[in-house]
Write a protein that binds this ligand. Structure first.
Ligand code: ADP
Ligand code: ADP
Length: 227
């Protein structure tokens, strides 16, 4: 088991007692895609933020490879669990050209790269030299989301929380992103948590789905474990 939560609960400080995530018990195995499906406001993104180590749960426990972890993550937990947001610009410094942003993970994790290896790598994400000298504002939503994904995959995480990764994108770019994710998973055995309000997308991508209603996460049984 890569990730496991026990009675994970979160109340926003200003929420007047409302429980955004209510005692969630979630599990994620190596190489699987698990869906968190539910209406807007049901608590999916909040759980995603907790899993990614960006907010601390009010109560409950989280394990990564059996080890108890708490935010902010460090070391292998930090590198191993990544999040892709609906709005990719959140992940980029608006003042930096793409080239700078793309070299960040290599520098942070001391991974080898060269300008030409980076160019070669980014080709797979439909990004070329012409894109490298632009700031996030000068890139399209699709280009920026592919760049965000390329940046995450460069460090080979074990888990990626995908928070409505394609809801802002046109259909062609949606398919590109999903194909990149599927292709990467087939080669690297990475695990995904797909947060989506789109039932069809969840059924297509996920082996298991948790239905989310008013902060309560319920696993749906009886689904084929396709990939
Ligand atoms: P979903 O991702 O399913 O749309 P969220 O996790 O974003 O749902 O929201 C769950 C609940 O928490 C909602 O009632 C929402 O209004 C509330 N919420 C989300 N973000 C905040 C915040 N920063 N402060 C207070 N309440 C919040
Ligand atoms: P956007 O929607 O972000 O403006 P486009 O969908 O028009 O971008 O694609 C930009 C470029 O990326 C196009 O030349 C497209 O053909 C190219 N591209 C090629 N293969 C891929 C891929 N696997 N993923 C993403 N983009 C790709």
């Amino acid at each position: 088991m890569i990730l496991q939560t026990e009675k994970l609960t979160y109340k926003y400080p200003n929420s007047h007692g409302h429980t955004a995530v209510d005692q969630a018990d979630i599990s994620l195995h190596k190489g699987e895609t698990v869906g968190l499906f539910g209406e807007s406001g049901s608590g999916k993104s909040t759980l995603g933020l907790i899993l990614a180590g960006l907010i601390k749960p009010t109560s409950g426990m989280l394990r990564h490879n059996g080890e108890k972890i708490s935010a902010p993550y460090k070391g292998a937990h930090r590198r191993g669990i990544q999040i892709l947001f609906q709005h990719p610009e959140i992940s980029f410094n608006p003042a930096l050209i793409l080239l700078k942003s793309m070299t960040e993970p290599y520098n942070i994790y001391a991974l080898p790269y060269s300008y030409s290896s980076l160019l070669e790598y980014l080709k797979h994400y439909g990004l070329y030299e012409e894109h490298l000298y632009r700031t996030p504002a000068q890139l399209s939503g699709g280009e920026l989301q592919r760049a965000a994904l390329a940046r995450i995959l460069a460090i080979q995480p074990e888990v990626i929380v995908l928070d409505e990764p394609t809801s802002m994108l046109d259909v062609i770019t949606q398919v590109q992103i999903m194909n990149i994710l599927k292709d990467y998973q087939s080669k690297n055995n990475v695990s995904y948590i797909l947060i989506s309000h789109n039932r069809i997308l969840c059924e297509k991508m996920c082996g298991r789905i948790y239905k989310v209603e008013n902060g309560v996460f319920t696993e749906e049984y009886g689904r084929p474990t396709d990939k």
